[in-house]
Ligand binder design. Structure first.
Ligand code: ZN
Length: 99
């Protein structure tokens, strides 16, 4: 089980490097915009939203890095490579609240 904090750190450290262990989402054959997340979310289901490197939803305006977040599981997706570059907090597998 990977730690969420480690994923956040990897975003910047691995962004420009060769990646070997990163996840990639897929898309429907013949429609590169019809993404299918690893959690099975699709644009017509929960959808995907523009986000920053922390996975926080943002307006796709100047300064936006071009990333999208899966609105179901919180995976942060690079739209050109379909690579999962991180995981947003607050989606799926939430941090245990054991005190
Ligand atoms: Zn997902």
């Amino acid at each position: 089980m990977r730690q969420r904090e480690a994923d956040v750190v990897e975003i910047t450290s691995q962004y420009a490097k060769h990646m070997s262990t990163k996840e990639h989402i897929v898309h429907h054959a013949g429609d590169p915009d019809a993404w299918i997340c690893l959690c099975r979310n699709e644009p017509t289901d929960y959808g995907f939203y523009p986000c920053n490197e922390q996975g926080e939803e943002v307006e796709p305006v100047s300064g936006w890095g071009g990333l999208y977040v899966c609105n179901r599981c919180g995976r942060i997706i690079h739209p050109d490579t379909l690579e999962v570059v991180g995981k947003a907090a607050g989606y799926g597998n939430p941090t245990p609240t054991v005190s």
